[in-house]
Design a protein around this ligand. Sequence first.
Ligand code: DX5
Ligand code: ZN
Length: 215
Amino acid sequence: MTIISPSLLAADFARLDRELAKIEKGGAAWLHLDVMDGVFVPNISFGLPVIQSLRKVSGLTFDVHLMITDPARYAADFAKAGADLLTFHLESGSDPEETIALIHAQGMRAGISIRPGTPVEALLPYLDQIELALVMSVEPGFGGQKFMPESLAKIRAIRAAAPGIHISVDGGVNRETAKLCREAGADVLVAGSAVFGAEDPGRAIACLKGEDDGA
Ligand code: DX5
Ligand code: ZN
């Protein structure tokens, strides 16, 4: 079963409660929340207060993707704000094992993400400690970019090494690339523009899951 995690980055920030209701009704189970600090990536998005406010109006699983330096410092704050899964970057500067332990101690599931330039081998040693591996299929920082097909081999390598964990793919996921990601072994598809930019988000979600051929 494929899980769709629509990325809030592509939503209308003036109408977040309505945007969330729309995707929840449309069959999304998770919500992907991209937190950017302007240092780890050249963009600034939103942070703790936004997540805390959304927690009050949504029952979706909050899949928080930290694109920040020193994520370990903020793990407890994101747990308090309502994150269910907390994913940090292997390149972020925090010690991976310590950060995983901190995330688990706060009652959250832990994820690690790798940028397109990071070899998948760097992630393999941590797979038995995490619940989710997030493969970036664009350079992190902005929505609406083109999917990098090199990420498919990474998904296959992670799936072979860790059959039981979630593998999420993030960036440029649309109906065509979603199919390739599912076939490679990804079970969580993050999609911003493909969901929030669609006229019918429910239909877009079904297409990404492979349940609607889009005809
Ligand atoms: C990029 C973010 C993504 C982004 C995906 O740094 O991590 O989650 O919002 O957007 P689309 O689906 O439009 O490529
Ligand atoms: Zn993301």
